[in-house]
Design a protein around this ligand. Sequence first.
Ligand SMILES: O=C(O)CCC(=O)C(=O)O
Length: 255
Amino acid sequence: MKKFTSSFKDRKYYNNNGFIVFKSVLSEKECEIFKKEAHRVCKKNITVTSNIYRKSKKFLGLLKNKKILSLADSLLKWRVIPIGDIFFFSKSRNMKESGSVPHQDNYAQRAEYGAFMACGVYFDDALVDNGALRVYPGSHKLGEIKSQPKPNWVYDKNGKIIKANPIGNNTIIPKKFKNKEKIVELNAGDIVFFHAHLIHYAKKNNSKTRKYRRACYLKYIKNGYAFWPGWTERRVLIDRGDFNPKNFQKSLKNK
Ligand SMILES: O=C(O)CCC(=O)C(=O)O
């Protein structure tokens, strides 16, 4: 069976570039199940949906997926804890979605440099045509960059989300990174980890042939690190469900 841990080479790549792709982590069948589930829980409200795990046990399970957690732990060389997610339908020409603008995720949930990481899980192929993710390799090394934030969502008077604005805080791309943009094309089942300070964005899906670019971004914090949960999404620590108190007792006895 394929081993799902990051190697020394993977860590080196992630530390240098601020992101890394792992191919075929989910099967085609798993992707189909997650797509169906997203449509079931969101019904006709096809827009960017944060914390979809609060509506769905399947997505809660995705945050605790053993392969993803093992890759994440080994990449940061630290136990990571899930704190939330954000699901994108990226439906072609959808009026309720607007893609995203360049941003560093550390504006929406904040933590010490290097303590927080996102994991994009792709359920459809994501190519230039339907708005693949774009990153600025190495930009995470700059730390926090100036931005011009705007609200991510438009609400009705009852507080219900009507549509998503371009997601992100409009990071001002530093001059030396302006021509460094890299398009990360992915296939269904691939995942991409990225550092909380990596500048990234994705254009709106305007494809004539690819109806969706469904992806869920899982958010992880290093165990024991404090974080600010964000005003709108109010992230919380989520139990991974893989802590065995018996093993913990044993490890104390062996000390
Ligand atoms: O896939 C997208 O549309 C962009 C997602 C993104 O930038 C994010 O969740 O931080």
